[in-house]
Every structure is written in structure tokens, then in C-alpha cells.
Design a protein around this ligand. Structure first.
Ligand code: ADP
Ligand code: MG
Length: 452
């Protein structure tokens, strides 16, 4: 993978710790000069930036670099005044350039309020998101006047923000005079509070009402329970709506589920069209992985792409994070991208909760695999149809959850710990002597590792 991508990922990691101003003031002028197994060399445009970054951000930078390329990495710096910025000149905070235009047929600069990376072209369509995609495209192409407002609902990392920006980018590319506002609902809330405090509420209203042909409002769920902001949004909404302006809203909850949403706002949201995005199914996940790998020039063998698609079930953002890290680690260590490497990376990026196995999950997965009921596994039934899955589930509780034998016994309907020890030992032996048992164990291990 190119150095630029590793650097971009490090900066993204830093973004979790730093605000946007610090990031753009200091890190936009740095470059990754080189990287090998042990060292990353960072190039600063002048001594001032070098001193500042080293003095203020060394620890954070190192932590971010370790997060991306591995624990044993060290940082070195180099100063290169020929890098493009004024040598030793002052560094202007916030002087980050607007992102470069999207290469391709259109040369128009991107809209400053939109993320140019998110377009319809690079959105992979599958069963899980086809309606949302079609509705967004129809709105962007002006085919659907009555799709107003368009309300996009879906879980985290499934492409809501992507589609919202794709609508904005499409509209803007076709009609640059359109006044588009793309805002997080949280921004709306903060702007409003600020406007009230500084007695500029008229200017705030003018901005959202008069200066707007298309309102793209992301993550509206944040307004739940915030009455004053809801009220302000309600009037903004009505103003735009009755003037025939487009309103597109995203949320991780359906209007009905937002219990502290005022009724009048809820009925407004429901008055247009609601589309949802479901977690992508296997084929879509695989296409997304292949698409992104191709775009980023990362070589992923087919079996590994399939393995990733099996392992990461419900969050496209995590698929992306995993790909970037895989490629960073493999380019530094020179090792190929394998299923084992995927496993390592997943453990580093997924939350504990997502990788942690629980006895509940084990018993659920085992019972559905053997097509028996959970209650049968916990029961005293002694038919082989139940004892084999029961013993296997107990074995996994010990091996993968490190539960004690008495804990396992009580989880499986109050059995004595000596019974559990017997079952555990039995499977321990049979996995080496009975091919069928070892096949079941392998298949189940794969299923148990699935993240959802
Ligand atoms: P959300 O807003 O729903 O939390 P995002 O729109 O931020 O999710 O998506 C997370 C990441 O996954 C983004 O980088 C986005 O480009 C990518 N992504 C999500 N769905 C798709 C898809 N169907 N095709 C391509 N990329 C996708
Ligand atoms: Mg989002």
C-alpha cells in the first residue's frame, strides 16, 4: 500500500483524539516519508512545525501509528523545506486546503460542505440497500417530487451518510447554483445554541431557511429529547417544505422509535417516504471488499476476501478499517494477506463486546447449527441428537469463554460439575479421533467468530 494511505489512516486515527482545527493546522502539512518494519519517518515542512508536533503531539501520533501499523513501530522525523509550504514561514491554523476535486469526467470543484468521496458511483448496491439507493438516486435526479422529505433509516456504518452526500454531490455537479446545506443534526443544535447566546438567531434562521434549496440533515436522532431544537427544526422544516425545497434526513432510528420526538415532527418525517438500509448480505459485503481493495490497489486473495465477508457482518466502516490495516501491516512486514492476518487485525479493531463470546451466543449458534432447541440443550434429554450438541456447547464454553466447570453446569440447567468435566474431556478426545466431531467443531468455530 502507498505511504499516503498509511498516513491518511494514521491521521484518521488521530482524529479520534484531536479536534479538526489541530488536525488540519498541524497534520495536513506533514507527510509520511518512508516506512519499514520498525520505523516510520515523518516529514515536516519546517522546523517550527516539527518542533510543535514533536512537543505537543508525539505521544498521540505514536499511539495512532501503532494502532495502524503495529505495536513495535518507532517514529522519526525529517525536515524538508522543499515540500511545498513556505519554508520556516508561519503556519496558519485552519489552512487546510479543500479536498481535491474527484478525478474523472467532471472537473468542478467539490461542494465545500459535502464529502466528495461519497458518490453514487462508488456505492455498492445489494438487496439490503437497493430501495434506499433507488430513492436517493430518484431524489438526486429530480424524478421524485413527492419523495419529500426522504427519510433514510439504518444502523451504524451502513451507508446513510454516504447516500446523503451522494445526493448532494450529484445535485451540485448538475446544478452548482443550488444552495445545498449538509449538516449533522448536532451541528444544527450547536449553531442554534450559539445563535441564541450571541443574539443572532435571525441570521441562523436566514441561513437555514433562505440560503437553502436542499437540506441534507444527518443523524436526526440526536434531536430526540431536545425540545427547543426540535421546535426550531420544525419551523425550518415547514418553511423549506412549503417553499418546495428538498429535505433529506438520516437517522439510526425510525421516527416511531424516537419516543421523545414531538408528534408534529414525527408526522412530518413520516409524510414523505421512508427507506431503510439493512445490514449487507454476504454477496454485497464481498463486492464492497473487492471494490474498495481494487480502488485502493490492495491485493486480497479471493479466499481472504470471502473470509472477511464472513467475519464482519454488519458494519461497512469496519470492513474499510480492516482493509486499510491489513494492507498497511502486510506492506510493512512484507507478509501476504491471509485469513490469520485478518483475524489479528479484527481483534485489534473490533470492540471487545463484538469479539467477546458469551455462553448465550455459543448455545444459540450450536443449537441452530444442529437444528435443535436451546431448551433441549439445557434439558436432561439423553438422546444422542441432543447429547452431542450439548457436549460441544459445553466444550466451547470452557475453551472459548474460560468458564469454570460449575459455572457451565449451572448454565446448562443445573448439572453437576463432574458431568461437565466428563463431557469436556470426551469432546477433547473425540476431536482427534472422530472426523465428524472435528468437522463440527471447525464449522462451529467459524460461525462463532462471526461479528454481528
Ligand atoms: P452511516 O452514516 O450509516 O453510519 P456511512 O455512510 O458513514 O455509514 O458508511 C460507513 C463507511 O462505509 C463509509 O466510508 C461508506 O463509504 C462505506 N459504505 C457503506 N455502505 C457502502 C456501500 N453499499 N458501498 C460502498 N461503501 C459503503
Ligand atoms: Mg453517518
Amino acid at each position: 500500500m502507498q505511504k499516503e494511505k498509511v498516513w491518511k489512516e494514521i491521521v484518521r486515527e488521530l482524529g479520534k483524539d484531536l479536534d479538526q482545527t489541530s488536525l488540519s493546522s498541524w497534520f495536513s502539512s506533514l507527510k509520511l516519508k518512508s516506512l519499514d518494519k520498525n520505523t516510520i519517518v515523518i516529514e515536516a515542512p519546517n522546523r517550527f512545525v516539527f518542533d510543535w508536533v514533536k512537543h505537543h503531539y508525539q505521544d498521540k501520533l505514536l499511539r495512532a501509528a501503532k494502532g495502524v501499523v503495529g505495536k513495535n513501530i518507532k517514529l522519526q522525523y525529517d525536515i524538508n523545506p522543499g515540500q511545498g509550504l513556505e519554508p520556516d514561514g508561519p503556519v496558519r491554523p485552519g489552512s487546510l486546503q479543500a479536498p481535491a476535486p474527484i478525478p474523472g469526467k467532471k472537473t468542478r470543484r467539490p461542494h465545500p460542505g459535502l464529502n466528495p468521496k461519497y458518490t453514487f458511483d462508488n456505492f455498492v448496491v445489494g438487496r439490503s440497500n437497493q430501495f434506499a439507493h433507488a430513492a436517493c438516486l430518484a431524489v438526486a435526479e429530480n424524478h421524485a417530487r413527492n419523495y419529500n422529505p426522504l427519510f433514510i433509516y439504518g444502523g451504524v456504518g451502513l451507508g446513510k451518510t454516504h447516500l446523503l452526500n451522494a445526493i448532494g454531490n450529484h445535485l451540485y455537479q448538475h446544478n452548482p447554483r443550488k444552495k445545498i446545506i449538509c449538516s449533522q443534526a448536532e451541528e444544527f443544535l450547536n449553531d442554534m445554541i450559539h445563535a441564541i447566546r450571541s443574539e443572532k438567531i435571525d441570521a441562523f434562521r436566514k441561513c437555514y431557511r433562505k440560503e437553502c434549496d436542499v437540506l441534507l440533515m444527518d443523524d436526526i436522532e440526536i434531536l430526540a429529547g431536545k425540545e427547543r431544537t426540535q421546535e426550531e427544526f420544525f419551523y425550518t422544516f415547514n418553511y423549506l417544505y412549503s417553499a418546495g425545497k428538498k429535505i433529506i434526513i438520516t437517522s439510526d432510528k425510525f421516527p416511531k422509535e424516537m419516543t421523545t420526538l414531538e408528534e408534529r415532527l414525527r408526522s412530518r418525517f413520516e409524510s414523505g417516504i421512508l427507506v431503510d438500509i439493512q445490514p449487507p448480505e454476504f454477496e454485497t459485503r464481498l463486492s464492497i471488499i473487492k471494490d474498495k481493495a481494487k480502488k485502493d490497489q490492495i491485493f486480497i486473495p479471493d479466499n481472504v476476501a470471502m473470509y472477511m465477508a464472513e467475519r464482519i457482518k454488519s458494519n461497512v466502516r469496519k470492513i474499510e478499517g480492516c482493509l486499510i490495516r491489513l494492507s498497511a501491516i502486510s506492506s510493512i512486514s512484507g507478509s501476504p494477506i491471509t485469513e490469520e492476518l485478518v483475524e489479528e487485525v479484527l481483534h485489534a479493531i473490533l470492540d471487545d463486546d463484538e469479539t467477546r463470546l458469551t455462553p448465550e451466543k455459543i448455545i444459540k449458534v450450536v443449537s441452530s447449527y444442529f437444528k435443535v432447541k436451546v431448551s433441549d440443550l439445557k434439558s436432561a434429554k439423553r438422546n444422542r441428537k441432543y447429547t452431542v450438541p450439548r457436549h460441544i456447547a459445553m466444550y466451547f464454553c470452557r475453551e472459548l469463554c474460560k468458564m469454570s466447570f460449575p459455572e457451565i453446569g449451572s448454565f446448562f440447567g443445573g448439572r453437576d460439575h463432574s458431568t461437565v468435566i466428563h463431557s469436556y474431556r470426551k469432546i477433547g478426545i473425540e476431536k482427534n479421533t472422530q472426523i465428524e466431531i472435528s468437522r463440527h467443531l471447525d464449522a462451529l468455530k467459524r460461525k462463532l467468530r462471526v461479528v454481528d
